[in-house]
Ligand binder design. Structure first.
Ligand code: IVH
Length: 699
């Protein structure tokens, strides 16, 4: 090999190109195919040579140089797919009374007095998927992910024979959505086989389906027996069906499996008997279901009803009663959450509840323990409903051992020793230690990297706990400076543990360290809703974060108003009330929070919120206020239409208002609008402006 000092420019160009290609090839073999062909030493030597040449010829550094590459390529192997139409969830109800309330709400929204027909479908307990067809050909499949962005599982879906690869007489663009599941029989067979081979078994068919579909190697998916049912749609170039029932007959013609139990019910009685019958036949079905989904049958009505942030207004999931089991409480301990809340948890004698082994249950708070008189050693009935944390339904006091003692709720945080205080009007007792309490700090970090927040793969709970204890990551900023600090730590095995390179620690190696840095670096660009959610502000969940992002559009606008305690705009957002606004402002008052955020902003780039919905409508980005009684629309319907047209709806008129829509008997808001010179519309003007959107988007 020519000494770098003796290389001429031409030779350097050729060699740099060769190394870049070789490293890329080796990375793919190593990270994506799990089939490395270079030894670590060969790989490192190539990188070193690259560095040396670049040092001599800095002007020749390539854009794809291995020295520029941020960590390793995607380890997850799944590409991300943005859903043009979000994959939403369903609101849950648990009793026929709640179903009644749901139907009343639907009718009120639509101002319809007569019965409305609902398509009733079994709620399949699997994993939702979306499959995109272009000109009748299956092009792309994805998981739901966070509802806005999922994982690309095209290759895996292709292995499921029930999914048509080609469909005829279909709209040019057609996204079909449904549920992938594993039948009970196939689940038991898979577990028996895995057990025999000493491999991991799955807790239930749903986990087995998810584990099988999310395999990096589609050939493994092919060996698993997966099935599916189609039940809804996403993006469609031309909707050729007029009802849910009609949609199902199209699905059938295109060759999608649809559930044979789906049934149109015309009134509450029919709905109730559908539910009861299905619950009775539940155990004889060949697959797991966990309830019934009711969908307004008429698509025009569905469209009028529209969506809330995460769920449609036109559908609801009626869940089967939770599964129950009998067990014993071995211990009661206190968990400290990210907001400092002390939550009592019962450690149970492990018990199988409807296919899942349960060993803990939440006891909620101290009042709940008192109310149910729960003691260590008690025999209890526990229940588990879906993904909800198991709960204690009842104590069997007749089985109570004589030596049982009441649980004394601590008024000192068991994690940091700070006082734990319960405010007068609160049910929870909170640790006052703030970030000096390790439990709070750790839980905040876990929240920060969690799936709906920064979604950093490879920074799981255990790693966060270890890194925190060792002082490697004590706040969110540390996550993004970890690689840089790691690079400057000494190789000296006898130096302090904190300065020991990660790749030299027990359980770590070059590959896992590179993977970790790659997944951290991948998140240096983050959407505004995720960023807001990641901060872990009390009461601010994913839906609220999205609302805030939609209304403020960029981080600095939000920060400016909050830091100055300006809550007018925040509170005008439909869905954000006084108590939430209070918690948000309190968060910004904490100097430590602001300092951390500012340091974080040096490491990550928060994207401006992209208002996706109907950018070119007369209402997109505008703030509307409704006042008075509308004649043709209910207030909720009018609001929903405005939101769907890209507007923001506010409850009060201010200088930030763009339009005030006046119904009859409009009061003081009409006057304020006039005083501020804000454009007013009557209901017909509002409707005809909406009409122009419909016409232009359908042409
Ligand atoms: S419709 C916009 N129909 O339940 C509504 N969902 O809890 C889209 N599910 O995410 C969903 N069976 O994974 C619908 N017949 C069915 C379903 C069903 C199961 C799942 C689906 C959804 C979840 C909501």
């Amino acid at each position: 090999m020519i000494d770098v000092k003796n290389l001429n420019k031409q030779q350097a160009i050729i060699e740099l190109e060769k190394i870049a290609k070789e490293i890329e090839k080796s990375d793919i073999a190593y990270y994506q195919n799990d089939a490395p062909y270079l030894s670590d030493a060969q790989y490192d030597a190539l990188k070193k040579r690259n560095e040396e040449i670049e040092k001599y010829f800095p002007e020749l550094i390539r854009n794809d140089s291995p020295s520029k590459r941020v960590g390793a390529p995607l380890q997850s192997g799944f590409g991300k797919v943005k859903h043009q139409f979000p994959m939403l969830s369903l609101a849950d109800v648990f009793s026929i009374e709640e179903v009644k309330d749901f139907i009343i709400g639907v009718k009120r929204f639509l101002n319809i007095q007569s019965d409305i027909a609902f398509l009733c479908e079994p709620k399949i307990d699997g994993l939702s998927f979306t499959a995109r067809y272009e000109n009748g050909e299956f092009m792309q499949g994805a998981t739901r992910g966070d509802g806005h962005e999922g994982e690309d599982i095209t290759a895996n879906l292709k292995t499921i024979a029930q999914l048509p690869q080609k469909i005829i007489d279909a709209p040019k663009i057609l996204e079909i959505r449904g549920e992938v599941y594993m039948s009970k029989k196939d689940f038991f067979a898979l577990n028996a086989k895995n057990e025999q081979e000493g491999k991991k078994t799955f807790a239930n068919p749903r986990n087995a389906a998810a584990g099988s579909l999310r395999q990096l190697d589609p050939e493994i998916t092919r060996t698993r027996k997966l099935s599916l049912f189609a039940y809804t749609w996403g993006e469609v170039s031309e909707r050729v069906w007029t009802s849910q029932e009609d949609f199902f007959s199209h699905l059938q013609n295109w060759g999608f499996p649809i559930n044979p139990n789906n049934k149109l019910c015309r009134n509450l009685d029919e709905i109730e008997s559908f539910f009861v019958n299905l619950m009775e036949s539940r155990s004889s079905l060949t697959y797991d279901i966990d309830g019934v989904v009711y969908k307004v049958n008429d698509i025009n009505l569905q469209e009028r009803l529209g969506f809330l942030t995460r769920t449609p207004r036109w559908a609801v999931a009626h869940k089967f009663p939770a599964e129950q089991a009998l067990t014993k409480i071995n211990n009661i301990r206190i968990q400290v959450g990210r907001t400092g809340a002390l939550t009592p948890v019962a450690d149970l004698e492990p018990v199988n509840v409807g296919g899942v082994v349960v060993s803990h249950a939440t006891l909620h708070n101290e009042d709940e323990i008192k109310r149910k008189d729960i003691r260590i050693g008690d025999t209890v009935i526990i229940q588990r409903a879906g993904d909800v944390i198991p709960q204690i339904v009842k104590v069997l006091t007749e089985k109570r051992p004589s030596a049982s003692k009441e649980f004394i709720f601590p008024n000192i945080c068991p994690e940091c020793g700070a006082h734990a205080i319960r405010e007068e009007d609160e049910a929870v007792r909170r640790c006052t230690g703030g970030l000096t309490c390790p439990a709070q700090a750790i839980e905040r970090l876990k929240h920060f990297v969690s799936r709906d927040a920064f979604d950093i793969e490879g920074l799981g709970s255990k790693i966060i706990e270890t890194f925190y204890t060792e002082g490697l990551i004590t706040n969110p900023v540390d996550i993004f400076t970890l690689e840089q600090r790691n690079n400057s730590w000494g190789d000296d095995l006898f130096s302090q543990k904190q300065s020991l390179k990660l790749e030299m620690r027990d359980g770590w190696g070059k590959k896992s360290t590179d993977n970790l840095f790659a997944s951290i670096n991948k998140r240096r660009h983050i959407s505004l809703p995720r960023f807001i959610y990641a901060l872990g502000i009390r009461q601010v969940g994913t839906a609220t974060s999205r609302l805030i992002a939609q209304n403020f559009e960029n981080w600095s606008a939000f920060e400016n108003e909050m830091s100055n305690g300006f809550t007018e705009k925040l509170m005008s957002i439909d869905g954000i009330g006084e108590s939430m606004a209070h918690d948000i402002v309190e968060f910004f008052k904490e100097k430590h929070n602001i300092e951390t955020i500012h340091k974080l902003l040096l490491e990550v780039n928060v994207e401006k919120f992209n208002q996706q919905i109907l950018i070119n409508t007369p209402f997109s980005g505008k703030t509307l206020v409704f006042t008075g009684t509308l004649e043709h629309l209910t207030r909720s319907e009018a609001k929903a239409k405005a939101l769907a047209a890209g507007a923001k709806v506010s409850g009060s008129v201010s200088k930030n208002t763009d339009y005030v829509i006046l119904g009859s008997a409009a009061g003081s808001k009409a006057k304020t609008a006039a005083d501020l010179g804000i454009c007013t519309l009557n209901e017909n003007e509002f409707l005809s402006m909406l009409q122009t959107i419909k016409e232009s988007s359908s042409s």
